[in-house]
Ligand binder design. Sequence first.
Ligand code: TRP
Ligand code: SF4
Length: 535
Amino acid sequence: MSGDDPREEAPETAGITGSESGEPLPDGGAAGADDVALDPWGSSTVSDYRKLFEEFGIEEFDEILEEVPNPHYLMRRGVIFGHRDYRPVAEAMQNDEPAAVLSGFMPTGDPHIGHKLVFDEIIWHQQQGADAYALIADLEANAARGMTWEEIDEHARDYLLSLLALGFDPEEGTLYRQSANRELQDLAFDLGAEANFSEFQSIYGFDGETDVSHMQSVVTQMADILYPQLEEPKPTVIPVGPDQDPHVRLARDLAERMRFFKVSEAYASFELEPEERDLVADFHERLDPADFDDDTLRCTHVAEALEETPLEDLAVDAATLDSVLTKLEEGGMEPLRPRTRFFDRRATEEAFEALIDAIDGEKRVYENHVDAFEIDRDEAEELAREVEVENGGYGFRPPSSIYHRFMTGLTGGKMSSSVPASHISLLDDPEDGYSKVKAATTGGRETAEKQREKGGRADECPVYELYAYLLSGDDDEFAKRVYDECVGGERLCGDCKEQAAQLMKEFLEEHQEKREEVEELLEETDIELESPRRR
Ligand code: TRP
Ligand code: SF4
């Protein structure tokens, strides 16, 4: 053991994490350079995860952690840091209702310990009862990365073996490759009808030079994300890195755009903008129908009441007031009554008729919408989906996502498949894995003495990350002990790395043994391992 020098290499800042208060968190601070642009095909690094919440509306995972049954250690340790709309998935698993998990892998190189996070996330959801899907994004690898089919086949096999070795159950779950899944491609074609080039331009920065296959790989990914819902709509989670968030947002949009009906709330036959609706809702609440002729509150009454109220007392600007007044005056003597509206967006004629029939109680039918007076919003959403599915629509629920932190490269900076020393491949010779950890950058101090005095910087240490993300497995106490000992100055980097390197070696040995054991299992699955395409 090389002794006390806590620092074998300059500790290039590996990244920043920590809570808002600046207190270090024992959650492994993974990060890289400095931009927050989320680019699925760029070199994604994120220096400040907080920005993802503010700028992109990703929600903090911590806030729903308590609602998750038996949370995975990656969730408990903050490695899974964010989500979009994960609640329905957590709830479905909790209540033994249908739920699904899906993620995809571009077979561009060896699977490495970063991919293991995603494998583990899929497997954990499968163990919690979700239908699990893992796909090989071979079309994307070919179109966006220029991989040959031969390379793709080789790497695909390696991803699949690792996934199975880590515990994916192929009998319960589904494996496919994009190029061989006809249903998927049909869905992609359908979804393409709701997406256009300007949108791709603004989301992905595509331009006139972008080749069409690349665009096709985007709609294919959209289809991947919605694929688990082909049989029936269900809450679905897509575990990915935050670089994939643009895809998730687009898929959520497309899911919505494919729906037959849009459910909203209304007060009269005409449409109101959200701000206008809030204003009318407020007056509807305040005004008593008993104060008007035949005990009926009418559009014109609300218009009058609005006109008598000084603009300062209304929560809208003059233009909004003007437009709502015009609408109410045109409505005139039409009674003003809250209702649930089903707007016909994409329904067939039969589906629209079926919806009308299915609505119980008082209803009013217009050319492009139906208003229901005795159904609340949630019931209406459910009914709309039911009628859609019965009439040949998909009835998609917007897919949810969870985001894990990027791992810091072992050499500092970002973990990159193209820099072997920066990452550990799941196929690395265990001895090489050992050496890579031993050579890793740390968050240690210049001297052992200083380290004892000030403590190490576990939050900026790629080696600590290895402990938190992988080497401690489910053992939170062990991870915490490493952290506490490090920041408390009791742990020196030399020994710490020796221990991590040893654990890494054991992990790789065991994993590779399991990979051999599941070879046969892989042959039994029905995923095509060889592409029929031209090389
Ligand atoms: N684009 C993903 C990547 O670059 C791979 C992928 C394809 C994917 N389809 C997906 C990921 C569906 C999640 C869900 O790795
Ligand atoms: Fe050093 Fe280990 Fe602390 Fe990292 S976690 S700084 S390697 S003691």
